[in-house]
Design a protein around this ligand. Sequence first.
Ligand code: NAD
Length: 493
Amino acid sequence: MHDLLCSQAKTFLSQPIPLFINGTWTNSQGGKTTDVIDPSSGLKVATVASGNEQDVDMAVVAADKAFKTWSALAPKERAHYLNLLADKLESEAQTLAQLEALDVGKAFVNADGFDIPFGIECVRYYADLSVTADYGKTLELKDIEARVHRAPYGVCGFIFPWNFPFDLLMWNVMPALAAGNTVVIKPAELTPLTTLYVCKLAEEVGIPAGVINVVVGAGRAVGTPLIEHPKTRRISFTGSSGVGKQIASMCGQRPIPCKLELGGKGAAVVFDDADLDNAVEQLAGAITLNTGQVCCTATRWLIHENIYDQFVEKVTAKLKSTIIGPGIDPKTEMGPVVSQAQQDSVLDYLSKGLTEGAVEVLAGGKVAVDGHDGGYYVAPYLLTGSPENICFKEEIFGPAAFLVKFKDEEEALDLVNSLEYGLANSVFSADLARCGRVAEKMIAGNSWINAHNVFAYGLPYGGINMSGVGGGVNSPETFYDYLRDLTIARPLG
Ligand code: NAD
């Protein structure tokens, strides 16, 4: 399968890949390395340096030093660097899409068609926004001349999960850089490849040393010292709700501001007047996109009783026709899950769900793909049963959904709002007034109408409750999250 890789990707993967600290490719001070595994085959594709506390210290000190000059640049000078980076990313989009597909196991068509181009758009969005942004305002007060001055924080730390390495990097790091901060990034240990490749391209376009630093490694070895480092001024964490709580508590000890983007268990409510083909397309897509490893996707499908059987017939046919294969293969529609551990976890949920009394609507689970025996493939599975079932309540993070019939709007809303997660839900109906009403009552950061997984720059995206706190991504507000307010005042007379 690696015959499909372009020469740039092959060259990049051919040598052990060091950490990127202070503009220099550096081996870990601890001398450790980690193997990057292709989930489509279970085989090693690269060796990457695995960092420790000393590496984090070097990275944060470098970022702190670089902050003095990076923050002193005019916004348009920083935007110029970011636009150069966007051009470079564009010229290497194929390589990035291949590396992302190889690393995560995601279908190349998705990496190439969405992840990479949408991520690059983000660079330009924040570069443009930073030039016209509001870096302060005058306050109209009695007897005091006063203003608010907005300044960057300094070193911002980022800790990422493995499902959308490139997009999450862009969505979170670009606003911080555009606002004048410098960054230390800890990618997920499973999927560091595109993040490191971005460093190579950032170096090539001349982004100054120390502005972007990447330390790959385990959560406790790298993530924790990054949070605890006295010169780290804020943290953005994307990952599971469980780890997110620990991160919040560590940030609270310092204390430093902390943005959490966490797990989800999104619902889709399909009324009996909905465009059924569209609902089927959207919801089958919701669990096959990135093999269902999407925080905001719909995995609780609430279907009106009048159309339940029809919906099931259509959606099962659609899911059965999904082409499962290696991520890097352009014919693949759904790749494997990211790791053996993730495969075990997704299958474990299936077995627990059945033990608790769920019934299979579509039998899926572990599946072999010809010629790729070692890959971590899971065919889509659908269950139905009680909303008390573990598979209705917990985030499975695989190609699985749980169906429940409902009678009316109130019952559907009760089901949607029965969990502590609050990331994204959707409603499907021809009655747009009803859609708007239901959308407002679903307790989450995002409600989508007649679609699921809707993203655009300028459309704020974030979670509430167990799904996140402290801001979101993809909007002007995200940019301002990376500026701190300073009030400057002079009493008059
Ligand atoms: P995870 O929480 O296990 O790990 C996320 C990151 O935290 C990794 O880089 C990991 O190394 C690091 N980490 C783990 N323990 C740590 C510690 N003690 N100190 C510091 N860092 C630590 O999540 P995952 O399995 O990589 O990703 C899947 C989860 O991410 C899902 O729950 C998914 O919903 C969520 N997610 C949320 C969003 C969003 O925007 N809300 C986006 C993508 C993924």
